[in-house]
Design a protein around this ligand. Structure first.
Ligand code: MG
Length: 260
């Protein structure tokens, strides 16, 4: 099931996406009564997907991310694989939705795309044992861990380099029935392929990461875990259109703009 969050006529709602581009009349949203973090019903009220503005599929309290989780990506930046996962946070204010603009940060001359599988947490949890990880996951979406690479190298902590406004595009929706073990993951810039990998190449699996993170911190419904990026990261410039596509989920597209 694909669950999108959207606005229409000034109201915000969740809806289940039905159909796809091949469906006659195009895909529609069946509006949900309530929200996807509890049992919900579909209202039966349907709206064409192209009549709404999609929003970030969740509003996370925090985004927890992992660095250097694909061997070839660690190598391309001249890094060894870390002994323990490199965990960092992106603030809720970094999150933007599908179609939203990424404002180029004033303190950087080298902003990179990083296509990543994002895990959306469905329930409050801490110290999750491995066998319970699937119970705390609502589903998966696409993410772009947009990074000011020069600031990341220059500054000891990555708070600014990976936490600036607009540095965490998420979407287009949450897919709730998906095995994350072997999904194709791709990034294009202006239609040209930059990154192409598979989630099967992750050093630490989704399960490993959730166990590791929740040893330290409670995750809340709607929190997001970014799982690292495959090789092929590279620059984004003002005017570029960057698209992250993950097999079984869909495509997240954003444009880079000059920060106003
Ligand atoms: Mg990353």
């Amino acid at each position: 099931m694909r669950i999108a969050r959207f606005s229409i006529d000034g109201n915000v709602a969740f809806g289940v996406v039905e159909g796809d581009a091949s469906t006659e009349g195009g895909p529609v949203l069946d509006i949900i009564k309530g929200h996807p973090f509890a049992e919900f019903e579909r209202s039966g009220r349907k709206i064409p997907l192209d009549k709404v503005r999609l929003l970030p599929p969740v509003l996370p309290n925090k985004v927890v991310a992992v660095g250097r989780n694909y061997t070839e990506h660690a190598a391309e930046l001249g890094n060894e694989l870390p002994d323990a996962p490199v965990i960092f946070l992106k603030p809720s204010t970094a999150v933007i939705g599908p179609g939203d603009a990424i404002p180029y940060p004033s303190f950087s001359q080298e902003v990179h795309h990083e296509a990543e599988l994002a895990v959306v947490i469905g329930r409050m949890c801490r110290e999750v044992p491995r066998e319970r990880v699937k119970d705390v996951i609502l589903g998966y979406t696409c993410a772009n861990d947009v990074t000011a690479r020069d600031a990341q190298k220059r500054e000891q902590q990555w708070g600014r380099a990976k936490g600036f406004d607009g540095s965490c595009p998420l979407g287009p929706w949450v897919e709730t029935e998906l095995d994350p073990g072997d999904l194709g993951i791709m990034c294009t810039v202006n239609g040209e392929q930059r990154q192409l990998g598979s989630t099967s190449d992750m050093v630490r699996s989704v399960e490993d990461l959730i166990v590791h993170i929740t040893e330290a911190m409670t995750l809340l419904p709607g929190d997001v875990v970014l799982t690292g990026t495959p090789a092929g990261v590279g620059p984004l410039n003002v005017g570029d259109e960057v698209a992250v596509t993950i097999e079984g989920i869909g495509t997240l597209t954003n444009k880079v703009i000059k920060r106003g």
